[in-house]
Ligand binder design. Sequence first.
Ligand SMILES: C[S@@+](CC[C@H](N)C(=O)[O-])C[C@H]1O[C@@H](n2cnc3c(N)ncnc32)[C@H](O)[C@@H]1O
Ligand code: SF4
Length: 390
Amino acid sequence: MSDPPAKPDPAGAFGVYVHWPFCLSKCPYCDFNSHVRHAAIDETRFLRAFETEIASTAERAPGRTVTSIFLGGGTPSLMQPGTVGTILDTIGKRWSVARDVEVTLEANPTSVEAARFRGYRAAGVNRVSLGVQALDDASLKELGRLHTAQEALDAVAIARANFERYSFDLIYARPRQTPQEWQAELKRAIGEAAEHLSLYQLTIEPDTPFATLHKTGKLITPDDDASRTLYDLTQQICSDAGLPAYEVSNHARPGAECRHNLVYWRGHEYAGVGPGAHGRLDIDGRRHATMTEKRPESWLMRVETVGNGLVTDDVLLPEERADEFLLMGLRLAEGIDPARYTALSGRTIDPARIEVLAAHGFVERDGDGSLRVTPSGFPVLDAVVADLAA
Ligand SMILES: C[S@@+](CC[C@H](N)C(=O)[O-])C[C@H]1O[C@@H](n2cnc3c(N)ncnc32)[C@H](O)[C@@H]1O
Ligand code: SF4
């Protein structure tokens, strides 16, 4: 990570996350709430349920001004542009929407066509995030992707032609990936990128086909040292190209950060709509952590019968809220304001712990008092956060 970006903190930022839970096929590494259905999906029925849940969420959290909307998945680019348009119109009817609202749609290169992208733009989407994953056909096959590198690049070109703001995701630290290969792939990706890239190290998630292969030695991922080399290389190449990391896995030109994800990491409020969506809403001065039913058809039934898909609605204790603030905020290069931690929890972060971590070069204080993790601290972020939160 390099110098943190300036931090305009839009007080009152409010995000709406909408989850489309279906994909054409299930990638063997993925543990997102995504499902494959062989029968046709009743998109109109799902749309009605989205409308209902948006309305009921707005009743619980009225009067907000929406600053970002994120249509995530699953594969939201399987939705018809008209469906996306109605979802956005419904949000606009139930809340005020900021004039410069950021509206991102996640797309899989398999489902990208120029006409469809024009339709999304006409519907109000102004940013797309593409799941490219790799620029090498053998790796894409191993990752279980249905597209080739050329198809991914064609999708990026369509994104570029239709949207001023676009980003794409790559997965690195893949089996057998050498630093030389990753360097060449990343530089090629940067040549195709505009202002934002998400670069994730391959994580072996429990209960996925990759986890089984990994356990039985059929899938070997880079060890800690090799992963660290790839991570360091990533930071160096991206910084040199003017795309420093503003978050552990996210790189942007200063000012081009994904505003919606900043809502999460800066601890602002957001509504979660659709199957398995999480939300954080401040109701009567208390922060509610919400989650909806994960299984798409069960969520649908629930919304149709009770008006929302909520299965969890927990009021966070001050210390839980403060720890979440720490966990999310320290992912950002800009760090956190310790005074906000104190305001949330009534506790201070133990100065002795900060001192020890600072002496090891893992954290530092900024002139304005903010606390941030250093480039040497990011590879051990989990341990740093655990130490500060304890
Ligand atoms: C929910 S997916 C959305 C994109 C879209 N469904 C697609 O795959 O093209 C978000 C991103 O998470 C990343 N991802 C998912 N599982 C991962 C894993 N096990 N390790 C690393 N990255 C992962 C991928 O880069 C993916 O694009
Ligand atoms: S990575 Fe994307 S396309 Fe693949 S299963 Fe997960 S959500 Fe679906």
